[in-house]
Design a protein around this ligand. Structure first.
Ligand SMILES: Cc1ncc(COP(=O)(O)O)c(C=O)c1O
Length: 371
């Protein structure tokens, strides 16, 4: 089927672009001598996950237990669940861990440590990372606090836990405006994590792993010395924000939303699309780089830039503004593609992605849903 004939809105993925993105980043990380444990949270599909692990050791990172279960069922054997574990899910996680070579879990509190200690037994050990705050201030222990060293020692001394090391994520790299700012955050992410790991080692705690990474920071990191693995994920799809801060070009966006023009008003300088917040998400995007960025980048089916701005989203409408003569080029019924501001959020709104090659649909991928 051709794009022109599809029901809209529809999520589109180009597997050749996913392959290009994943190959490029794998090569870059290998050049740094670190292992790549890609995050699958952006696409949540086994197909894209397989492209991400090609040429790497095979381990992945997930954001939900539902993803962990689905990827385990598809044959992935070494999985890190990179969200601090809710104590109430410790039993479920322990049961899944018994089916895998490794399920690594995150802890940044005594409550979560206690929950894992209760579940782990001599015959069924649990692998655990201490979640470290490297400057993002979302989650993780404070690297400056003596209490963080105490919690690491508790995990290392627990009889049936395997303490793997420290894990950090520089999510604040998304607030950067260009590669130079990203490089500074990448330095901070690495230095805070490696320094803290060294402090633990000085205190007699064995720290086999230092795991860090976000798409912007691993794209621009100048050094990964002391880091054992990195966990970027968004790079498989990329999006309008990553293009604005310099992680990629818009042409590298593998995911987009196909929409139909349902209103064309040249006199008002306005188009209306049938893709609203429930097709694109309402992520404001890179307003810190361009206050006029709108809710995504509009492209033709041939991937040409359309100089119009997606100014507002309601549930099922996308309002697009621009000069009347440009608006008039896209009459009602025209199909356009929108590269969303944040592909992780936009893709999760869709039950399936249509796989597109050379403007034709050649298959579909079904993302994992729920938690
Ligand atoms: C803990 C953790 N690690 C890694 C990543 C991957 O970062 P990115 O989405 O920038 O590739 C995320 C993303 O949210 C994360 O939360």
């Amino acid at each position: 089927m051709r794009l022109q004939d599809l029901r809209t809105p529809a999520a589109l993925v180009d597997p050749r672009v996913v392959g290009r993105n994943t190959e490029r980043l794998s090569r870059r990380i290998a050049g740094h001598g670190a292992r790549l444990r890609p995050h699958v949270k952006t696409h949540k599909t086994v197909e894209a996950g397989r492209l991400q692990v090609l040429g790497n050791f095979g381990g992945i990172t997930v954001s939900t237990l539902a993803e962990a279960r689905a990827f385990a069922a598809a044959g992935f054997r070494d999985i890190t669940w990179a969200v601090p574990i809710p104590p109430a899910k410790a039993a479920e996680a322990a049961a899944l861990a018994r089916e895998l070579e490794a399920l690594h879990l995150l802890v940044d509190s005594d409550e979560a440590a206690a929950a894992l200690e209760t579940q782990a037994t001599a015959g069924s050990r649990l692998s655990v990372f201490l979640k470290l705050d490297c400057g993002y201030h979302r989650a993780g222990v404070d690297p400056e606090s003596p209490d963080s060293v105490r919690l690491a020692r508790r995990l290392a001394d627990a009889p049936h836990l395997d303490f793997r090391g420290v894990l950090a994520h520089a999510g604040h790299s998304y607030a950067c405006r260009d590669p130079e700012e990203v490089r500074a955050v990448a330095r901070q992410e690495r230095e805070v994590s490696v320094d803290f790991a060294d402090r633990l080692r000085d205190a007699g705690v064995r720290v086999p792993e230092v795991s860090i990474g976000s798409t912007p920071t691993v794209t621009w990191a100048e050094s990964l010395e002391g880091v054992t693995e990195v966990r970027p994920g968004n790079y498989a799809f990329f999006d309008a924000l990553q293009a604005a801060i310099g992680s990629c070009r818009l042409e590298d966006a593998a995911f987009s939303v196909l929409a139909s023009v349902i209103g064309c008003y040249p006199a008002r300088g306005r188009l209306v699309l049938d893709a609203g917040a429930l097709a694109l998400s309402k992520d404001p995007g890179p307003t810190h780089v361009d206050p006029e960025c709108g809710f995504g980048a509009i492209r033709t089916l041939r991937d040409e830039a359309v100089p119009l701005r997606l100014v507002s989203l309601s549930q099922e409408h996308g309002a697009v503004d621009g000069p009347g003569d440009v608006v008039a080029r896209f009459p009602v019924g025209t199909r356009l593609r929108v590269i969303p501001n944040h592909s992780c959020l936009a893709s999760a709104l869709h039950e399936r992605y249509l796989v597109v090659e050379a403007e034709r649909v050649v298959g579909e991928w079904r993302p994992v849903r729920g938690w």
